[in-house]
Design a protein around this ligand. Sequence first.
Ligand code: HEC
Length: 119
Amino acid sequence: MINRVVWLFIPVFLMYALSASAKNDITRGEQLFRAKKCAVCHPSGENILSKDHALIGKAFETRYSTDNALIAVIRQGLKSSNASMPAFDKQRLSDEELADVVAYIRTLGKKDKAATKKS
Ligand code: HEC
């Protein structure tokens, strides 16, 4: 009997733990976005140095439709105009921190934040 109760609670607990960590990722990503100075050049997801390379909008979403594409550009940096995006290697931003930053970037420009949290 006790066993059965334990087995019933495991999935409930896992679902709770997973949803809690997903929320934390975005919060941590937001803190890192400021701490690592992304926000200096990209306030509210804009791009003060290179207007066509904001982190919001249709063009951005099309260009970086997968998280891997987004991770790659942040790791490598970008110089497609007069301004350049510095590369962030693992010393500057660990894989875990980068995943959190990406989760946060995905919430930028979304009017309905509640809908974003679900994904
Ligand atoms: C010194 C200013 C600066 C900082 C700091 C900076 N960026 Fe950028 N970022 C840029 C510029 C400038 C570009 C566009 C480069 C170009 O025009 O080729 C860019 C481009 C990007 C792009 C690609 C956008 C696109 O449409 O192609 C992403 C994603 C990005 N930055 C994310 C970040 C993140 C995340 C951080 C922090 C970890 C960060 N940036 C820190 C200046 C900066």
